[in-house]
Each structure stands twice: as C-alpha cells, then as structure tokens.
Design a protein around this ligand. Structure first.
Ligand SMILES: [Zn+2]
Length: 256
C-alpha cells in the first residue's frame, strides 16, 4: 500500500488581456469582428535551476505577440492610406495561456468585449519562430495549420489560396490538424476558446523543440525570415476575412 499527502495551494493573481481595436469602415460590416490573437504571458523564473533561471519565451509566445503587432501596424497603415478593413479587427494579446488558456477563456466565456456571434474568424499565433526537429520533410519553409476546415472549409481554402497568390509559398502542413492527433494541439492554445463557441479559427504554429518551456527559448534562435513570411500570410488571410462580402461560411461541426 502506498500513501501520500499532497499539499495544494491555490491563489488569485490579477492580470489583464491587452486589446487593440480597428473599427471597420463599412457601416454594417463593422459590427462583425476578425480576431488576431496571441499570448503575452510565459512561465516566469525557475529559482530551482542552476545557471540561467529566466524562461524568456521568445518563441512561446514572443513570436506570436510581435507578429500580432506587425499585422496591427499593417492594418493601421492601410487605414491611414484610406483602405481600412470593412469589418472590424481586434488584436487580442491574452494573459494566462500557460496556466490553462485563462485569458482567452475569460474573454470568450465571461466578458466578450464584442459579441461572439458577430466574431467571424480567429487567427491564433502561438510559437511560429522555431524549427520542429521532427518535421518530416526537412524543409524549414513550413507552418502547421490547425483548425481551419474543422469549422469553416472556406476559411481553410482562403488561407491556402492566399499562400499561393501572394507568393508566400509556405508548405501548409496539416499533420496536426486532426482531433485524433495525440498531441491535441487543436485544444492547446487560445483558439480553443473561440472554436468551442463555433467561431472559425486557424492556429498557426511551427512546433515544439528542445527549448520548449526552457531558459533556452531565446530571441537569437528565432527564424526571423520565415516568421515574417508567416506574418504576411496571416495578414493576407485576416485581410480577406475582414473585407470579403460575406464572412467565411461555417460548414463543419467544430469540436462536436
Ligand atoms: Zn504558447
């Protein structure tokens, strides 16, 4: 017989999601929202370690937050030039992802700043800066696409088409795009909290690596050229979702 005592401590800690909003230019369509999301929290300092104790989180999810900012800057530039998006675009940097998707759950389940039934697309970016050593082709020019056709085949098709017509030409790898995949990446970042409400989403991700949740997740290891290409693809897909006459059609059963 084995006995053990488990001490569990729970505590409350304040935190905040950071939202930036560009109102759409169309008097009707502006009531519909495209959300670009990433998470700005990470796992902090590990005092039990020797040497470097700081978990920088450059890939997880510095890569997503800076990409979200770059996309926001491009949308703002377009608006200043008189070509603002017809639908509204919300740039949502959430906290608490590493503690169980808490920030996005708060947004989606407790206090959606904009109604979820008017939220037509979520493009979520979490870890797009590194190379997954298990990636089968050996090419670094890829991004994992997760979600997409689960809820909206049209959103999936938009992303595929724009990857071609813009010349971005990334390998869109769907090896994790399955509810049966044992890694369950479809449920492991903030898109989950939109997808569970039936909002079409795409999760952009380049996979885990030896520095995942380690102090070695540092900025100088980021593959910046490819990250910029992924950013341009996400921008293009967000742009299309925000500007076409009808939002991407909900055609799939989602997580059900
Ligand atoms: Zn993450």
């Amino acid at each position: 017989m084995v006995e053990s005592d488990v001490a569990m401590e729970t505590f409350e800690a304040p935190t905040e999601n950071v939202l930036a909003f560009i109102e759409g230019s169309d008097p009707v369509l502006k009531n519909e929202i495209v959300v670009v999301s990433s998470h700005y929290d990470h796992i902090g300092i590990d005092p039990l370690r020797d040497g470097d104790t700081i978990n920088n989180g450059a890939d997880d999810d510095g890569s997503g937050t800076v990409t979200t900012l770059e996309i926001a800057e491009a949308f703002m530039q377009a608006q200043r030039d008189g070509y603002g998006p017809r639908r509204s675009v919300l740039f949502l940097n959430v906290s608490g992802e590493e503690k169980g998707l808490l920030g996005s759950a708060y947004y989606a389940d407790v206090e959606p700043t904009f109604p979820l039934d008017k939220t037509v697309t979520n493009l979520n970016i979490d870890m797009i800066g590194r190379y997954d050593p298990s990636h089968p082709t050996g090419s670094k020019n890829y991004v994992y696409i997760i979600g997409s056709n689960l809820i909206s085949q049209e959103l999936h098709d938009i992303n595929v088409r724009l990857n071609e017509v813009t010349g971005t030409d990334l390998e869109l790898d769907e090896r994790y795009n399955s509810k049966d995949d044992p890694n369950r990446f479809y449920a492991r970042s903030d898109h989950w909290n939109f997808g569970k409400h039936g909002v079409p989403f795409i999760f952009f991700f380049t996979g885990t690596h030896e520095d995942y949740h380690q102090p070695g997740d540092e900025a100088h290891k980021i593959e910046y050229d490819r990250m910029a290409r992924i950013a341009r693809l996400i921008f293009a897909t967000a742009w299309q979702a925000a500007n076409q006459d009808a939002p991407p059609v909900v055609s799939g059963k989602g997580f059900n």
